[in-house]
Design a protein around this ligand. Structure first.
Ligand SMILES: *Cc1c(COP(=O)(O)O)cnc(C)c1O
Length: 463
């Protein structure tokens, strides 16, 4: 399998180069040259597989022979052995036709572990094969950082530095990052906002001599390996639910920020998984819901919400969808993205908008509605949703037809967002792994927001 850019200016590259490249060199995003098409027979065979077996089959289609199958199998097995549940991503039935896909059984209790456990092992594999050190630099509003650190801590050939806004992530998120004491991890707590952290990272990656000298690599959600890892649980959940319900019309509701998770669902559908509907749930930062419902892609004012991992105005994976929406036409994508840069918006009408609305339905969830949903599910099903998952549940309640089988993706364990849940006077007991964090010493360096100061920290750490 080769990978091409949504803007068409990168010569087709192999899987490993695509992973290392992150953002395509022409500013676009990498996508597979052809989407593998699954026959009914293959889908039938896949129904019997365990999660790691299924993941191996999916990755095999996209990796081809670049990684020998035995090596790939070990990477996959190691990545999912760290999950606390034997199904890796179990499906819970709440009610008639109402399911929750629990994606939070990995080391940091958030769905990002599904992709980042794998990406961490993959980076470590590449480092061994190429005999080079990989330096990972990233910014986080909370979940990605903890998950990326867990993915690579203690691994040879890799060093990771994560910037987070000082005291602006949830307490559990902060502890998950800063109680890690492996020598290959550096936590920089930046006096500023998440946007400041992202700006610094962007500027350091744009400093080409610095980037090349230290082989800087990214871990953000535009990495194609993350998308591929996330397609696996759509297949897995679909098979489990289809089996229980004897139904074939199954929809998924996805709490969405950067469009990575729901794009993975779209890709699974394009591969041949007969997903009925993809429901796109946003919080009050609803650029994507407005795009689906009105055809206008235009950032609004930033809103702080109870689901901070979805507080996103410009969705970094959106360009991948545009590419497929316009029949894999890189020229159209290039001109639309240029228009977005110049005018700050993209407007879609007519038949194209109809296609968008055939691919997705969308709903944006207000802050009160998010908390109401947490309360309602807690009372009705004795099931505690985290605020991100609650957005998915609210959207599915709004948009799924009566009796329609719907799977809500649960992207985080409620313990990670206790601050919001306590607002509804619901008290929870933390899982022991989270409780234990409160007794561990924290290791982090608090820094100001200047690039020079951060560069200095990095140079010391990398040398
Ligand atoms: C990252 C994240 C999301 C959003 O996922 P995208 O792939 O960015 O759409 C939703 N919920 C939680 C808990 C997350 O950490």
């Amino acid at each position: 399998m080769k990978y091409i850019s949504t803007r068409g200016q990168v010569s087709p590259t192999g899987f490993i180069d695509a992973i290392l490249m992150g953002l395509a060199d022409d500013g676009g995003l990498l996508v597979p040259k052809h989407i593998p098409q699954l026959s009914d027979d293959t889908l039938k065979q896949w129904q019997k597989l365990t999660y790691p077996e299924l993941a191996l089959e999916v990755f095999s289609l996209y990796v081809n022979n670049e990684i020998p199958r035995a090596d790939l199998k070990k990477l996959v097995d190691d990545s999912y052995a760290t999950f606390r549940h034997e199904d890796v991503t179990p499906v819970r039935r709440l009610d008639n036709g109402r399911y929750v896909l629990e994606l939070f059984h990995g080391p940091t209790f958030a769905f990002k572990d599904v992709a980042l456990q794998f990406l961490g092992n993959l980076y470590s594999y590449v480092s061994r094969k190429t005999n080079s050190i990989i330096h990972i630099l990233g910014a986080t509003s909370g979940d990605t950082g903890a998950s990326a650190i867990e993915g690579v801590r203690g691994k040879e050939g890799i060093r990771i530095c994560i910037l987070h806004p000082h005291q602006k992530v949830s307490k559990v998120q902060e502890l998950q990052m800063t109680t890690v004491n492996d020598a290959n991890v550096l936590n920089l707590a930046v006096e500023g906002t998440f946007d400041d952290c992202q700006r610094i990272i962007k500027e350091l990656f744009a400093d080409v001599s610095f980037k090349h000298r230290y082989h800087l690599r990214a871990i953000n959600s535009i990495n194609i390996a993350r998308i591929l890892a996330q397609t696996v649980y759509y297949f897995y959940a679909y098979f489990q639910v289809a089996n229980k319900e004897h139904a074939d019309k199954i929809s998924f509701s996805v709490p969405t920020g950067n469009f990575g998770d729901i794009f993975a669902g779209y890709l699974a559908q394009r591969m041949g998984l007969p997903i009925h509907k993809l429901i796109l749930a946003t919080n009050e930062n609803n650029i994507l819901a407005r795009f689906v419902n009105e055809g206008v892609y235009q950032p609004g004012a930033f809103r702080g919400t109870y689901s901070p991992s979805m507080d996103i105005q410009v969705a970094s994976n959106f360009e991948r969808y545009l590419f497929y929406l316009y029949g894999e036409d890189a020229d159209t994508v290039t001109s639309l993205m240029a228009q977005f840069k110049a005018e700050g918006r993209i407007v879609i009408t007519g038949d194209v908008l109809k296609r968008v609305q055939a691919d997705f339905s969308a709903y944006s969830v207000e802050n009160e509605e998010c908390l109401n949903t947490i309360s309602a599910y807690y009372e009705k099903y004795s099931y505690l949703l985290d605020p991100h998952t609650a957005c998915g549940a609210a959207a599915s309640d709004k948009l799924a037809a009566e009796g329609e089988v719907t799977v809500v993706l649960s992207t985080a364990h409620p313990a990670k967002f206790d601050e919001a849940i306590r607002l509804r006077n619901i008290s929870q007991t933390y899982p022991e792994q989270i409780q234990a964090l409160f007794d561990k010493p924290q290791i982090q360096t608090v820094v100001g927001g200047s690039n020079e100061e951060i560069k200095k920290q990095l140079v010391t750490f990398f040398n």
